[in-house]
Design a protein. Sequence first.
Length: 302
Amino acid sequence: MERRWAVGVVALVAAIALAVPVAASADDAPFVGWTALLPGLSFPYDPASPDDCQAGRVQCVNRTVRDMTRRFDALGCDHDAVFSLIYLRVTEEYRQTIDGPFFDDTPFVNYEDTLFAHYYFAAFDAWDAGRIAAVPPAWRVAFAAAQRRAVSAAGDLLLGINAHVQRDLPLVLYSVGLVRPNGTSRKADHDRVNIILNRVMDDVVAEIARRFDPSIQDTDLPTDLDLTGLFQIVAGWREKAWRNAELLATAPTADARALVVQQIEQDAATEARTIVGLTGYLPLVQSSAPRDAYCAVHHDDP
């Protein structure tokens, strides 16, 4: 079902485009210590490893879904819950998708999926513990906006997606590798994730409206731009993440690679500040009070 959403989304799409260039059993194997390794090198992928996450087995995806569910349930009406919910729903859809043929190399994508999630977990846990210096700049903007209740639900959604896709994803892609052992590109599997995102986007925005903030589904837009616009933003960010990972992989020296990382951080942080400016509540005129009152009653709705 096609659902429109607002909070200035027409202006938001244009501004974002211009702002920055370019079911598991209890005996699942425990996670390896990903957070101790982030955001630098990832634990090497090994299909023969006895560790389910390092080998990319489905049990590790099950564990990731359970971890995401626990984290989301703990947030209640915190504004961080908006991104937490969409990430959970996307990962649940991913889990269902891998029950059948979809990816060329499902175990590898499972491994990447787990590592990617742990970048988010590491950033959130560092913020929650007050270790602000350990939080990447784009995530700082996102978490600070949520803590201050400064932006609409659409803003919280975009801030989380921006930080995770524009900042985290190129680092994850580079660390796990862009080509298979035979030298062929893994980009086809990377692009297939967009199909999963497209499947869940309208339903999860409707769920955000039902449980957290009905304004995310306002229908008084002056054009027919709707969730297609949101999806195209995310798809564009994912393409940029792949290209930035290629820049990291082809950087001739460590210093050159560090400059690419610096640009990735700057671009994601700039995008985040743009989103805050476009989706923030107007001082003395607007606030999150209606949204928070609504959530207090509805956030546990199915």
